[in-house]
Design a protein around this ligand. Structure first.
Ligand SMILES: [Zn+2]
Ligand SMILES: [Zn+2]
Length: 329
């Protein structure tokens, strides 16, 4: 089994367990591959999360830099142990603005001896975090004129910039903006405007179809997916969505099925673990999703061939028959 995306408490404030324990758990579960992909340091105090802030923004930004340097060192040391679970080292890059995209590029180049790939992630829309809490998500929505269709449009436009500039090998949580699409917020199913529950055409954010009625969103999503496929990038199925009680992992079925039908799309699996209990979390549900909902023929994964990353695949039928699944209740 494989995970292409993970974190730990040592190197990110919202982590749960230390890197050693997370890696030990991946080994205990007999994972074949576990990628360590800590967040890149943010370089603007505007993007610090509350748990990262003290009296001095300058110190806080320096702390992020210091932690990332230590991560590179520690991850290299873990990788060199040649544990049964193979380690590939990457970085989760931030597409919050053009400065961060440029910084990510420099960071990858500067540390090319350690960083083997990046997970390309969009955690902000118009500079506002969309996966922190409902309040921030609502603020991002308000910035997009309280229109869910515009919010999704802004998201995919910003994600496209990240894709074009950085060509991430793994595109992270494709439709992260769905995280706080609550069943208690209602939108006009035609134009996407925030409305009351009783309004005609009102549909809850949790049951909005982004791609069926909203051609502009479908086209933007398809463009982004096609671009990733064009340079050999991989589309991540990320089970943190399930862990956070969404119905589907990222991407949800409408986007995943869209991706499946685009030639060249290759799916990989990630747990986006931040702690021991997140390693391989909801993989049994993800298997069902890949098999029954997406009806994938195969799952892809990265292989480190003497320092060069290659992409291999396993037939879903073979994946299903792995003894790995005996660990799930
Ligand atoms: Zn992320
Ligand atoms: Zn992550």
């Amino acid at each position: 089994m494989y995970s292409h995306h993970s974190h730990s408490l040592d190197y990110v404030a919202h982590g749960v367990d230390c890197l050693e324990d997370v890696v030990a758990r991946a080994n205990e579960m007999k994972m074949e591959l576990f990628c360590l992909t800590e967040h890149m340091p943010r370089i603007d105090a505007k993007y610090l999360y509350p748990e990262e802030t003290s009296d001095s923004a300058e110190d806080d930004l320096k702390t992020l830099q210091g932690k990332f340097d230590k991560f590179l060192e520690h991850a290299s040391e873990v990788k060199a142990r040649n544990l049964p679970t193979k380690i590939i080292i990457g970085v989760e890059v931030e597409g919050c603005d053009t400065n961060h995209i440029a910084y990510a590029k420099g960071l990858m180049e500067k540390n090319a001896n350690v960083l083997q790939f990046c997970v390309g992630s969009q955690h902000h829309i118009n500079g506002i975090p969309i996966d922190f809490d409902q309040g921030e998500w609502n603020r991002a929505l308000a910035y997009s004129h309280n229109n869910l269709r515009l919010l999704a449009r802004d998201y995919f436009e910003q994600q496209y910039k990240l894709i074009c500039e950085l060509k991430p090998l793994v595109l992270g949580h494709f439709d992260l903006f769905r995280l706080f699409c609550s069943k208690d917020i209602f939108f006009d199913s035609e134009n996407g405007q925030l409305v009351s529950k009783s309004a005609p055409n009102a549909v809850s954010a949790a049951s909005v179809s982004f791609t069926k009625k909203w051609d502009d969103i479908r086209l933007l999503a398809e463009r982004n997916i096609r671009t990733v496929a064009s340079y050999g990038g991989l589309m991540e199925i990320n089970t943190s969505g399930l862990r956070k009680k969404l119905e589907d992992p990222y991407p949800g079925r409408e986007f995943a099925l869209l991706a499946k039908n685009i030639p060249g799309t290759r799916f990989v699996l990630s747990d986006d673990a931040h702690g021991v209990s997140h390693v391989g979390v909801c993989y049994d549900q993800a298997l069902k999703y890949m098999d029954e909902i997406l009806q994938l023929d195969e799952l892809h994964f990265l292989v480190d061939n003497a320092g060069t990353l290659e992409v291999d695949s396993i037939k879903l039928a073979d994946l299903k028959s792995s003894p790995f699944w005996q660990q799930y209740g």
